[in-house]
Every structure is written in C-alpha cells, then in structure tokens.
Design a protein around this ligand. Structure first.
Ligand code: ZN
Length: 419
C-alpha cells in the first residue's frame, strides 16, 4: 500500500497537464552537434547510430541535461527515419536498422529520465522521402516506423523538429497524432518568417494546429532572437492564451535569414555560439511572451539549459537544478551587477563567409537541389552547391574591431572585456 502510494506520487505529470497549469517546462539541448564534436557521430549524415555504438556517451549527455534542469529528455532520434539512415552513403540502416536505433534511443532516454522524474519525448525530423516529393502516404508510412517504436516504448509525448516545409510538418503531425500521444511540432525557419515554400509562419501555426498539434513552436536554423520574433507572428492567429509552445532554440544568432548560409556551418560555429548570459536574457523574454516550454537545439550544451532553469527559478517555485549546486549563481549575479548582461547578444561573435549560392528557397520537393539518394555525394554534386567558391572575407574582422571601439566609446568600457 505504502509503496504504491509512493510510486503514484513520483509519476510525472503529463506535458499538457503541466502547460495547462501554467508551469514552465524545460526541454533539453543539442545532441547532434555535441556528439559530433566529441567524436561519436559523423558530420554530414548526422545520423544517430551512436545510441547503439556508444550508449554510455548518449546516456551521459542525457544525464547532463537532466542535471542542468531539463524536465523532458528527447530520444536521440534526429535523422533516425529509415530513409535518412540509408541516405547518401549512410550505412546505419543496413548495419543496425531503423527499429533497433529508435528502440535503443528510447531506452536510453527513459533510463535517465527515470533518474529525475523527467518526461521522455519521441522525436522525428525532416526526411528524404519528403524531399524527393514522394507524397503524403509515403511520408506518413516513413514516420510511422519511428512512431511505432516510440509507442512500444511508451514515450510520454512526441515532437517534430526542424521542419522547413509546413507540409512535411503537417504530415509528421498526422503520423504522430495517430499514436494517441500529445504532439508538439516545430517549424525550423524562424528568421524567414515563412516556410521554404513561402507560407507565412502565422499560417503554418494554424495549419499545424488543424493537423492536430497540441503544442506549436519553432526550433533550429535561426537563433534565439529570430525564434522569439517568429513565435510572436505565430501567436497572432490564436485567440486563446498561448501557453503551449515549444521553443527549441538554436545556437547561432545572426542577422541573415539562415545560419546555413555561413561557410562556417556546421563545423566552425563555435564563435557564433550564444553565451549563458544570452540565454538568461532569451529565457526571460520567452517567458514574458507567454512561452512555457523552452529548450535548446544545435549547440545548446547543458550550461545553456542550466541558464534557463536559473533565470526562471522563481517562476518555477524556487526550484534549481542539481548542477546549480556547483555554480551558486555567483557568476550570473556578478554579470548583472556589472551591467554585462545588457550587451547585445553575441556582440563578440565573428563575421563569417557566405555561400555564393543560396540553396532551397522557392524550390519545391522533388527539385534537383533537394534530391536525396542512397549513393554517396559525388565531387560533381559538391561543386554544384557553390561551396567550393567561397571568397575570403576576413576583412570583415575590421568591422568587428570598429564595432568594439564604438561600444567602448559609448559605454565607457569594452564589450569584450570579460575579466
Ligand atoms: Zn538545431
């Protein structure tokens, strides 16, 4: 009797129950970039077979996010659709199979989530099937292979992320909704203010809601500020109070329409990574906008998640994550007292080179520029992207120096003096 009571009291509340009650729910961060940097997955395919190959490493990363304040842990199943696991020379489908990879990811996330009463999110992402223009039924059948594994493992809810085409996000929503689990769906093109086919984000939000999404949000590709601007647009079309957004946010913030246009993308984005002070500010602004599900995306490490948890601690009943015991908030307090958190986000970031050719825009699935294949990418295909003709734009460093002098003059102190 006693043990039953204890067990029941430890059951975490569902995501919709929490959001409906006005709780601030914190997601986790970017597994793909983190594990590539640490040497456990391959840049290019970015498929997550390391859940089978290096389970301890994935388990540890889950644990770091949990320890930093994540209320939900996402299965590391980004790009784990069957067609992606065999795309462009990827061997994961043949070697392990879609079911084994998604199953291992679910078990790892659940194991760690149970250590701290967190929820488990089954995640889906963009697919070659959609890019090849194979249509609704093929797309839904493709997503279903992952969703079936999520249901078998009884994840708490499902989330679609980084969809740059509203249509694919709608079909992903349909496939996820059929599971009977709550569905969160994110669009990944915040700074364009439309999806890749020109559908305004306001309209995308309505379409996702009509397709059955319980939570609507944005993630990836753009940075925190663009994501907040996008959420403002998406909220416009809803009359009821907006308390169910997912805001998975990406690392690098820039003034361009996509981080992917930088030559430094994906492998040299460190100078563009947001700081924890940026995330303090971002979390506060997200909260003030009414956003109640806040998490991270590419480049988000555990300390970024901790910054969300610390900034919104008061709103979360004074709760602080275990990792804050080793932090004590002294750094944040000191930063605030010296006015350093008032700097514009990433004022110290570098300016990167640009691709001479903007991919993707105004194209429809099935177009040659989108086409995916099981064969390895050829030299000829790489040349067609224009990435081999990138010009040296290092003179732009000069602009950065001038900016620094300007800030120093205006503020009476250097914006890069972090002593
Ligand atoms: Zn991302």
């Amino acid at each position: 009797m006693v043990s039953f009571y204890c067990f029941a009291s430890l059951q975490p509340k569902g995501i919709l129950e929490r959001l409906d009650a006005g709780e601030v729910v914190i997601g986790d961060g970017g597994y793909v970039f983190a594990l590539e940097k640490r040497g456990y997955m391959k840049a290019g395919p970015f498929t997550p077979e390391c859940v089978v190959e290096f389970p301890d490493v994935v388990r540890q990363l889950h644990r770091e996010f949990l320890r930093s304040g994540s209320d939900c842990l996402q299965t590391f199943t980004f790009y784990a659709s069957e067609d992606k696991l065999e795309n462009r020379g990827a061997e994961a489908a043949a070697k392990y199979g879609v079911e084994a990879i998604n199953d291992a990811a679910c078990k790892l996330a659940r194991e760690v989530a149970d250590e701290g009463g967190a929820l488990v999110i089954g995640g889906v992402s963009p697919t070659p099937t959609f890019m090849n223009g194979l249509g609704r039924e093929a797309c839904i059948a493709n997503f279903k292979k992952q969703v079936d594994v999520f249901v078998k493992n009884d994840v708490d809810f499902l989330l679609g992320e980084t969809f740059v085409h509203c249509q694919e996000a709608e079909w992903a929503t349909e496939a996820c909704k059929a599971s009977g689990k709550p569905v969160a769906m994110c669009i990944g093109v915040a700074s364009l203010k439309t999806d890749y086919t020109g559908i305004p984000l306001e309209e995308c939000a309505v379409r996702l809601a009509k397709a059955g999404a319980d939570i609507i949000g944005v993630n990836c590709i753009s940075g925190p500020i663009e994501c907040l601007e996008a959420i403002k647009l998406m909220k416009k079309r809803f009359r009821r109070s907006w308390n169910q957004e997912a805001l998975d946010d990406s690392t690098p913030r820039d003034e361009s329409e996509s981080n992917m246009k930088f030559a430094s993308y994906v492998k040299a984005m460190e100078p563009r990574t947001v700081t924890r002070w940026d995330i303090h500010k971002f979390s506060r602004e997200a909260y003030d906008l009414g956003i109640r599900f806040i998490g991270g995306c590419c480049g988000f490490e555990a300390y970024h998640i901790r910054a969300i948890a610390e900034e919104l601690s008061k709103e979360r009943g004074g709760k602080l994550p275990p990792a804050s015991e080793k932090h004590g908030l002294w750094g944040a307090k000191r930063a605030k007292s010296t006015g350093r958190t008032s700097f514009p986000p990433l004022v110290v970031r570098t300016v990167g080179a640009f691709s001479p050719k903007q991919p993707h825009f105004d194209l429809i699935p099935g177009h040659d520029d989108f086409r995916q294949q099981t064969e390895m990418t050829t030299e000829e295909e790489v040349k067609k992207t224009g990435w081999t003709k990138i010009k040296d734009v290092s003179w732009l460093w000069l602009r950065l120096v001038i900016m620094q002098m300007f800030f120093k003059y205006m503020n009476g102190r250097s914006c890069v003096d972090l002593k």
